[in-house]
Design a binder for this molecule. Structure first.
Ligand code: NAD
Length: 284
C-alpha cells in the first residue's frame, strides 16, 4: 500500500480561486476591496519570505494588501500606536503582525492590541476563547487549512482518534480544538510526553507540528492513518523537511501531506479566507 498524497498546492489554488470570486463580489457591493495589512518588524529572512507570499497571494485574489516594514529596533509603544491606527481604519479588514517579534517587544501584548474582529490569525485571546467554547470567529490559518485538507479527502473525523504532536498556541492547541469540535477524540502531545510512539501509533489522524525534522518515522504510524505534516524545517543542505519522515511513512499511511506543497500553501489560502470572512462580516 502506498499513501494517497494530499496535494496542498492544488487545494490552495482552488481555495484562492473561490476567494477571488468572493473578493470581486465584495468589491462590487462595498465599493472597496477587502483589505489585509501585514506588519513585519525587523529582517528575519524566513519572515520576509512569508510576508511577501501573503501579500502576493492577497493581490492575486483581488484583495488590497498593505505591507508595513518597521526596523528591528522599533519600540513596543510605536508598534502599538501603529496597531491602534489600523484598528480604527475602516478600510482594513485584517491585521497580521508577523511573528517572531524582536526581543524588546512582548508578542502577547501586541496580539492582544489587535482588534479581535480584525485578528485574521485568530491568535487574540478572545478568538482563542471563542474557538474553545465552540463559537469561533477566526480559526487560526494553519489548523483551519488542515481541516480543509482532511475534508478534501473525506477523512472520517467523528469518532476518530486524532493525535497531535506539538501543543503551541498557533498550531497544536487550536488544531486540537477544531478536531474535537468535529467529533474526534483528541490526544495532544508535547515535549514532555512519555513514550510518544505509543501515542502516535493509536492515531487514525496524526498531525505533526513540532519543528523537528523527520521526528515521525514509519514505526510510529498506524497502517492506514492520515498523516498531516505541519513542520517546516531547513536542513543543513538547504532543503526543506517536514516533521514526518515522508519516504518511510508513505508506504504505511493511508494518506499523507508532502513538505513542501502540503500544509504551507493552505495556511496562506486560509489567511485569505479569514480576511474575506472579516470583510463580509463588517459589511452587514
Ligand atoms: P513551537 O516551537 O511553538 O511548538 C512546538 C511544540 O512541539 C511544543 O508544544 C513542544 O512541546 C512540542 N515538542 C517539541 N519537541 C517535541 C518532541 N520531541 N516530542 C513531542 N513534542 C515536542 O512550534 P510551532 O510554532 O507550533 O511550529 C511547529 C512546526 O510547524 C515548525 O516546524 C514550524 O515551522 C511549522 N509551522 C508550519 C506552518 C505552515 O504553514 N506549514 C505554520 C506554523 C508553523
Amino acid at each position: 500500500m502506498t499513501a494517497q498524497l494530499i496535494d496542498g498546492l492544488a487545494l490552495a489554488q482552488k481555495t484562492r480561486a473561490q476567494v477571488a470570486q468572493r473578493a470581486a463580489a465584495f468589491e462590487q457591493k462595498a465599493g472597496r476591496k477587502a483589505g489585509l495589512t501585514v506588519i513585519l518588524v525587523g529582517e528575519n529572512p524566513a519572515s520576509q519570505v512569508y510576508v511577501r507570499n501573503k501579500v502576493k497571494a492577497c493581490e492575486a485574489a483581488g484583495l488590497k494588501s498593505e505591507l508595513i516594514v518597521l526596523p528591528a529596533e522599533t519600540s513596543q509603544a510605536a508598534l502599538l500606536t501603529k496597531i491602534d491606527q489600523l484598528n480604527a481604519d475602516t478600510s482594513v479588514d485584517g491585521i497580521l503582525v508577523q511573528l517572531p517579534l524582536p526581543p524588546q517587544i512582548d508578542s502577547h501584548r501586541v496580539i492582544e492590541a489587535i482588534a479581535a474582529d480584525k485578528d485574521v490569525d485568530g491568535f487574540h485571546v478572545a478568538n482563542a476563547g471563542a474557538l474553545m467554547t465552540g463559537a469561533p470567529q477566526f480559526r487560526p490559518c494553519t489548523p483551519y487549512g488542515v481541516m480543509k485538507m482532511l475534508e478534501s479527502i473525506e477523512t472520517p473525523i467523528r469518532g476518530a482518534h486524532a493525535v497531535i504532536v506539538g501543543a503551541s498556541n498557533i498550531v497544536g492547541k487550536p488544531m486540537a480544538m477544531l478536531l474535537l469540535a468535529a467529533g474526534a477524540t483528541i490526544t495532544l502531545c508535547n515535549s514532555k510526553t512519555r513514550d510518544l510512539p505509543a501515542m502516535t501509533r493509536q492515531a487514525d489522524i496524526l498531525v505533526a507540528a513540532v519543528g523537528r525534522p523527520k521526528l515521525i518515522t514509519a514505526s510510529m504510524v498506524k497502517p492506514g492513518a492520515v498523516v498531516i505534516d505541519v513542520g517546516i524545517n531547513r536542513l543543513d543542505d538547504g532543503k526543506l523537511a517536514g516533521d514526518v519522515d515522508f519516504e518511510s511513512v508513505k508506504p504505511v499511511a493511508g494518506a499523507i501531506t508532502p513538505v513542501p506543497g502540503g500544509v504551507g500553501p493552505m495556511t496562506i489560502a486560509m489567511l485569505l479566507v479569514n480576511t474575506m470572512e472579516s470583510a463580509e462580516r463588517r459589511l452587514v
